[in-house]
Design a protein around this ligand. Sequence first.
Ligand code: FAD
Length: 324
Amino acid sequence: MSSVRIIGAGVAGLVAATQLVAAGASVEIIERADGVGEASCAWCAGGMLAPWCEGESAEKSIVTDGQLALDWWPRHFAGTEQHGTLVLAPARDSGEIARFARRTTDYQWQDGEQIGRLEPDLAGRFESGLFFAREAHLDPRAALRHLYDSLQSAGVRFAFGVDAQPGDALSGVDYVLDCRGFAARPRLTDLRGVRGEMLIVRTHEIKLSRPIRLLHPRIPLYVVPRADGLFLIGATMIESEHRGQVTVRSAIELMNAAFTLHPCFGEAEIVEMRADVRPAYPDNLPRVTQEGQLISLNGLYRHGFLMSPTLAMAATRLVEPAPR
Ligand SMILES: Cc1cc2nc3c(=O)[nH]c(=O)nc-3n(C[C@H](O)[C@H](O)[C@H](O)COP(=O)(O)OP(=O)(O)OC[C@H]3O[C@@H](n4cnc5c(N)ncnc54)[C@H](O)[C@@H]3O)c2cc1C
């Protein structure tokens, strides 16, 4: 049985820990924040498990490997909701739907009536759309808390408030997994940051069952329903490593998208605005890299929840190779 120290309790670290424990490894986790949560980029995420939709702009490996997440998350987090994704566009941008359809697979075209059957509160508002029935979504914060609780119950030790450096963390264990996200950039020098901003609003005037992607030639955005009338509106994609606060321009664009989806979002209460930096390699693909005892899981870009299971399985194969 290998002993593994994981640095970083974001989505990469917690999913890897879950997978390693299942393979029989002894695991401990070091996190520089005081708990699982706000310090990680994962706290900002929409929680969409949308491999086919992502195929619009991502490499084929995201579409194929990302499908693993649709099996992994429901087995490890009962709150995973598998109601698909609906892709829509305002009438003036309807050409965007045909363009999206040409670049993706695994969808059915929907007319206005079918859209109304899927989402009754959107009835009569859109003439056509695409339905990706096999996609799913989850609440990232609830999912991370759940993994944390399960790992604690499985005997994994957590050290919070410790700012660890991978090189210094090697003693006393067989492997160290560096899951620090963008904070690993000083060591992983080809990592870059892609800023993402999001809003959370609350309204009980509309109900949605699934993430809605609203296409636009410049700023495609999405609205993801959560419990208690909450909706996450996301997300900007800006080539910047500045974490900072949400800008006025981005807030206006995000709110406009929600208002275009349904005017009742105009009366919604703004609960939260947040920005973070997605860790990305130049090809926007995640990687597992190894230097002796040190293994890095990084570059999850906009696919933290979608691709963590794939990275965790690859790391587990390095740490606990299957018996011959
Ligand atoms: C607005 C937005 C929306 C997104 N939506 C989605 C989505 O819908 N679906 C999806 O799959 N992905 C989405 N993502 C992407 C996803 O959030 C990221 O890919 C993911 O969070 C990266 O995971 P990570 O574990 O590598 O890094 P993080 O989540 O940032 O976790 C890294 C952890 O390491 C800790 N750490 C850092 N340095 C140290 C140190 N020295 N010692 C100890 N601990 C340390 C940090 O405190 C943090 O907890 C979105 C991102 C953004 C910004």
